[in-house]
Design a protein around this ligand. Sequence first.
Ligand SMILES: C[S@@+](CC[C@H](N)C(=O)[O-])C[C@H]1O[C@@H](n2cnc3c(N)ncnc32)[C@H](O)[C@@H]1O
Length: 388
Amino acid sequence: MGKREKQKQKHDRSQRGRDYYLQDNNEDDTSTMLSPSHNEDEDEIEDAADSDADNNDNNDQHPSHDMPSKFLLYQQSVQSPKGDISYLQKFFLMYVGGRVPLHLQEDFCGTALLSAEWLRSDPRKTAVGLDLDLEALNWCLENNIPKIGADGFSRISLFHGNVLQPLQSKLVKIDPEELVRNISLSQNTENLQTDVIESDVPTSSAAQDDELTMNNFTLSGRDIVCAFNYSCCCLHKRAELVLYFKHARDALSKKGGIFVMDLYGGTSSENTLKLQRRFPNFTYVWEQAEFDIIQRKTRISLHFHLKKEKRKIRHAFSYSWRLWTLPEIRDCLEEAGFRAVHFWVREMPDSTEITRTEGFGVGKDIKYEEATSFQQQDSWNAYIVGVA
Ligand SMILES: C[S@@+](CC[C@H](N)C(=O)[O-])C[C@H]1O[C@@H](n2cnc3c(N)ncnc32)[C@H](O)[C@@H]1O
C-alpha cells in the first residue's frame, strides 16, 4: 500500500464513529428489506454480481480463505473504541472522581475491541468481557489481545455467557502454546484499528473450562461497566433490562462506579432504513427492516461488499432489536438501584443532508452534550450514564 493510500485510510478511519448514519454514495441503494425470520448471525457469501439475496442461485456457504473475517470488517467499519474510551473516562471523572478508572467490564463485548484498546493506555488497567458469541470471543483472543503485548492475556478475562446470568458465564481460555505463537506473530503492531491483516493462526484454539465460571473467579470491582453499539436493544423485555442493570450495578466497585450504554433514535429510526459507507477495500451496509410500533421491534442486518474479492457477505451480522426510549432506560436504571442517570446526546445529520453530501465527514465534529431536555430530530445518538 502506498503512503498516500495509507494516509487516506487513516483519514477515513479518523472520521468514523459508531454512526451508521453516514453514507457516501448510493451504490446498490435498493430498498431490499429483510425477512424478519432471518436467522441470527447467519452468513451468506455471494458473488457481487448477485446483488439480490432472494435471487441468489450461486450462494457459496464456504468462504474462500482469502476472504477477510467478518469480525475484522465489523471492527473496521462499525467501532470507534478510542472515542468511546475518552467519553468513559470523562464521565467517570465527572460523576465519581477521586481516582483514575482502571477496571472495565464490557458487556455484549463481541470481539472486545474496546477492552483491548482500554488495556493499551495503562499497564495497571484490566478488562472483563462478556458475550454469548464464543466465536467472537475466540477471535478476540487470537487477533486483538496478542497486539496488546505480552501481558495482555493476564489483564483480560473473557466470559462466554448471558448478561442476564453473568455469574454462570464461563471463562474462555487460550492454549498457552497458541498464546506464545500469537504474541510473537503480532508484536510491535501499532494500532489495533489500523490492522488489516489478521494473524495467521488456526481458529478455535480457545477452550472453555467448565470449572471456571465468573462466580468462582476473583475480579476487582469494576470502575466502569459498558454496553455499546446499542446492545441493550438485544434485551426485549423490561424485566430483562432491569435484571441486566442490577447485574451491571453489582459488578461495580463499592467505592463508586458508572454504567454507560448507548442508544440511537429519531424520526428516521422508526422506519425501514438502509445506509452505507464506503471504505478503501469494502462497502459496509447497515439495513434496518420494518419497525413494529406496538412491540417497538426491528431487525438489523449488516452486510459487507468486498471490492477486490468481488464478493458480498450478506447478513454477516443480524440482530433482533427492541428500540428502547430514553425515559424507559432511565426508569429501569433507577429501578435497578442507580442513584443518578445522565443523558449525553448528539444530533446526527438528517438523512437528506447525508444524501446530498459526499458522506465521510458529515457530523464528525458534533460532540455529545449533557441534556435534560432535547427536541426530537431526524436522528440522534446518546450515551446514558448510570451512577452507582
Ligand atoms: C450489536 S453487537 C455489539 C458488539 C460490541 N459491543 C460493539 O460495540 O460493537 C451485540 C453483541 O451482543 C451479544 N449478545 C446479545 N445478547 C446477549 C446476551 N443476552 N448476553 C450476552 N451477549 C449478548 C451478541 O453476541 C453481540 O456480540
